[in-house]
Design a protein around this ligand. Structure first.
Ligand code: VGL
Ligand code: ZN
Length: 240
């Protein structure tokens, strides 16, 4: 029986519920604290327009990262930092082209155009980043025969960059990951951060992906399964 009173009661319950949830939402905007760190991954010229491994819309992450950075007391940046002739470059494997894969002793490796060679302008961080308070820059991928998408562990799965120990000694419990590329260095960093015991958030609109052979969808699925939280920059409270 659906009389007028009952319909009205139903409407007001819905209205009340949405009011409460919007209030709750405002109250639960994420506030980075002293135990939180922002990890800014590989915002380097090679991955930006005109770069040798340019990520589509890569430049769009820069203003978003600059904005959220204001909410963090702790920020670490990373730099992909390869030797000339690095094993991840298609140019050193005869007959291979960029985006093809090969089997290396540590597993499958996607081959890339030459990029982020140590000391070159392509390897430099974007001049448009404005994060003077960043306290550490982790360079990775500097062993000629091993790649390192992750800021924590090289692709052999065992050589550490030292980042987990650094963050733990600084009493960091939560990491927020942003940068390039969502499906490689961001995702591998987020997954290794979970393995190292951190609470992990990936800020989706502060990242862009390469998306080769389904890599972007797979990365989000792997991250969801590992308990990585997918958020937007607007979910982060505006001040620290
Ligand atoms: C990256 C491919 C090769 C990244 C680095 O920063 O995501 N992708 N090297
Ligand atoms: Zn690389």
């Amino acid at each position: 029986m659906l009389d007028r009173r009952r319909v009205l009661a139903g409407v007001s319950t819905v209205a009340l519920a949405s009011l409460v949830s919007s209030k709750l939402w405002a109250a639960t905007a994420i506030k980075p604290d002293d135990a939180s760190a922002l990890l800014v991954i590989d915002v380097q010229n090679c991955f930006l327009p005109g770069g040798s491994l340019a990520v589509k819309e890569g430049e769009q992450v820069v203003p978003v990262i600059n904005k959220i950075a204001k909410s963090f007391a702790n920020i670490v940046m990373t730099q992909d930092w390869h030797t000339p002739g690095h094993v991840s470059f298609a140019s050193v494997h005869s007959g291979k082209k960029p985006f093809e894969t090969i089997d290396l002793p540590y597993g499958k490796q996607v081959l890339w155009p030459d990029h982020c060679v140590q000391g070159t302008d392509g390897a430099a961080l974007s001049k448009d980043l404005s994060i003077p308070q960043a306290e550490l820059i982790i360079r990775k991928g500097f062993h000629k025969d091993v790649d390192s998408y992750s800021a924590f562990l090289e692709a052999d799965g065992k050589t550490s960059t030292g980042l987990a120990a650094y963050l733990k000694s600084r009493k960091i419990k939560r990491v927020f990951v942003a940068g390039l590329a969502t499906d490689f260095c961001v995702a591998w960093t987020a997954l290794d951060a979970r393995k190292a015991g951190f609470e992990v958030y990936v800020v989706e609109d502060a990242c862009r992906g390469i998306d080769t052979q389904g890599s972007l969808a797979k990365a989000w699925a792997d991250m969801a399964k590992a308990g990585v939280k997918r958020i937007q920059s607007a979910d982060i409270a505006a001040t620290a």
